[in-house]
Design a protein around this ligand. Sequence first.
Ligand code: FAD
Length: 305
Amino acid sequence: MSWRSASNVAWLRGLPAVREKQPLASHTSFGIGGSADFFIEPAKAEGIERVLTGARERGIPYFLLGAGTNLLIADAGVEGLVVRVVTREHRIDGTRITAAAGLKMMRLARIAADANLRGFEFAIGVPGSVGGAVYQNAGCWGKEMREVLVEACGFMPASKEKKWTPADLKFGYRTSALREGDLKGGFLVEATIQLKRGDGEEAKAEMAKLTRERNETQPIKTKNCGSVFKNPPGDSAGRLVQAAGLKGLREGNAVISEMHGNFIVNEGGATANDVAKLIERARVEVKRRFNADLEPEVELVGRWR
Ligand SMILES: Cc1cc2nc3c(=O)[nH]c(=O)nc-3n(C[C@H](O)[C@H](O)[C@H](O)COP(=O)(O)OP(=O)(O)OC[C@H]3O[C@@H](n4cnc5c(N)ncnc54)[C@H](O)[C@@H]3O)c2cc1C
């Protein structure tokens, strides 16, 4: 049965500041994707929890949107309700920081340095939100979220908010129980990270150095989604794509970066279908040439056929 009953649509239309047919491309780093049927950005976590509970009770599909930096949203848009997480508070307690899900990882990295806390410099390389980073066990320069996260507060619609331990989150390489396990559909409300006392100025110098190096090797300033593929065990997806001679391969206005083989760049006006075709061509060619399986790190969401 479709979720689009008259009473469900009336409920959705009654949500505070709800927008219909909201274009999503500008909410993603790729700048690609169709519209959300319904879209809201509650200011507080409790608002998100109420809405998710209501959607779940009514059988309305929902999608949580963070900073949109790991998504390929279908040209035909996203079914049901998209809830953009924009909660950005944080509190510091000794060497621990608790951050709301919508806070950007880069901002949190600077907050940690300002508080003379070390161990979170890697987050300067992750443009997403804390929620997306926990969902994905984001990492950079050999460090991952799971190495600093000590506690998380989450919410499964239709159940009570509860504490999640790192073990509950079942972190793996670019995944967690939120992405593939029993917490699928759950909302990460906030996360607590444990850091070490240190020199904040040294942390800032380290982050500046890492950012400089990265700007020289990756097309960071373009419209992209970061790494398109996960690295296969013992190898690098970028190396495989390059060795297969695929750099510069184009579909419409989407192109495999000449600078780094694991990036696809939207040169302006690329469609999700263009990018999906490039992903498929790279997977097929790398399999044919090297018998290696490339698994997407970017998440395809919405109405794909
Ligand atoms: C230039 C560039 C460089 C990048 N470099 C890296 C890198 O070095 N390492 C790395 O790991 N990633 C990297 N990424 C990818 C991306 O930044 C990370 O995957 C990030 O964790 C995604 O967070 P987000 O807020 O953008 O999530 P989104 O892309 O908005 O969403 C991703 C998934 O997270 C879910 N989600 C978001 N918020 C919540 C929440 N509060 N509760 C539950 N689920 C939620 C969404 O529903 C979705 O399924 C890069 C991206 C870009 C554009």
